[in-house]
Design a protein around this ligand. Sequence first.
Ligand SMILES: NC(=O)c1ccc[n+]([C@@H]2O[C@H](COP(=O)([O-])OP(=O)(O)OC[C@H]3O[C@@H](n4cnc5c(N)ncnc54)[C@H](OP(=O)(O)O)[C@@H]3O)[C@@H](O)[C@H]2O)c1
Length: 477
Amino acid sequence: MKIENIIPYDLVIFGAKGDLSCRKLIPALYRLELQNLLHINTRIIGVGRADWNNNHYSSIVLQALKKFHSDSIDINIWNTFKNKLYFYNLDVTKIDNFIHLKYTLNQSKNTKIYYFAVPPNKFNNICEGLGKIQYNTQPNRIIVEKPIGVSLKSSQIINKQLNKYFHENQIFRIDHYLGKETILNLLTLRFANPIFHNIWNNTAIKYVKITVSETIGIENRWAYFDSIGQTKDMVQNHLLQILSLITMSVPKKLDAYHIRKQKIEVLKSLRKIDSKNIYTHTLRGQYSSGMINGNIVPSYIEENGAKKDSDMETFVLIKANIDNTTWSGVPFFLKTGKRMHTKKTEIVIYLKNIPNSIFMNHINNNYANKLRIILEPNEGIEIEFLNKKPDINNKYILKKSKLNFQYSDITKDKIADAYERLLFESMKNDQSLFVSKEEIETSWEWIDSIIHAWKTNKIKIQLYPSGTKGLYFSKKN
Ligand SMILES: NC(=O)c1ccc[n+]([C@@H]2O[C@H](COP(=O)([O-])OP(=O)(O)OC[C@H]3O[C@@H](n4cnc5c(N)ncnc54)[C@H](OP(=O)(O)O)[C@@H]3O)[C@@H](O)[C@H]2O)c1
């Protein structure tokens, strides 16, 4: 965006003292400042339960930057940034007190962007408060964080509360995976390159694996995590978002309406997993003790504050099928877990081998071609293919080779962080990288059926040692 097109906003962060705000939002806003993408008259208004003045808030923000911004702080940029910071003391459950916030908001005619960095049970309070002071009107908008519910029913309740005060075009639901460069690049990769576009279907693709693995355990979030589990925490949002982006049909336009429309089509075509196919289509695991990076780590039920009889999953593997013409017969393996052998996020696409290939004996049941799209740790793309090994004695000894592309090859600049991009997109009022109500609710419906089948079929948790790749389906599946 051209600098002259940047307009000022009031970015109001509810939950300004919290972890999300300090760890992600403040560094992201500072990086926007570094790139001159915040208008001089933009205000960042932290809202929280503290008797702080603007100066005190500035010192908190500086501390957060020192801790969470990866480079040193530029003093000139900081001085400009600091001038944008305001703090407002408010308990959002005290609706009458929003009238005082109104005075602060009235001090500028800027469009307001409200960031809900608070627990979801406070969303309704904020909506009501903003409604009361009539600051919920267009073009003001809100950004809300996951989790939007823990089931279809609870997500519908939250969405209804939001919709009572805000129109859908004012609601920006964040899934930070959608702000990652490699995720955005999926559309370019698929729809700008014939080399990929023409093979992107069930005639060429055998199966796809989407993996989000972490080496960390539950840290100090045991009680929260144990009420949610890996499937609700990771699959309902991040993995299903990735799945819908890699399988959606080409949108008519690259705008929010058309992209979301195609993603919803995919989510609606997901084959239901219920009591009939739960055994063959899902595996749920929990980490036992093991070794990570040479250190012994405890099992899930030995973590601080753990209940010894918890059977919550910290790992899940789901075989998803999309019942449409393009993807019929192609399984999508969605795998995510904690305390695994490595931290990575990737999509691997396995291509069918050439039928009756003259090289069949050389391949030995392996896949000749694999496309790996790496989101973490080093964003890039890798193509695996077969080559003849240079050898004067043997004409055809085949060898696997890789074409490797990393973002660092094409830019020296730091790739934008997901929150930095998403905050900027919300300022541009572009919802294409945000999740619609229908996407959220359709995803929950699919997840609810899995969780329900686990309960009714009394599917037991399987243990996997920390530091391993988790669980695998048996070959029969
Ligand atoms: N942290 C992350 O990286 C992350 C990532 C994705 C999603 N999220 C989601 O983002 C939300 C915030 O997460 P978080 O990790 O930042 O949680 P957190 O550290 O507990 O922060 C929550 C903030 O909300 C404030 N708050 C709670 N009740 C309030 C009230 N009645 N009035 C005013 N402020 C109130 C808290 O203020 P006090 O300090 O006064 O209690 C605190 O500053 C959660 O929904 C979480 O699931 C977080």
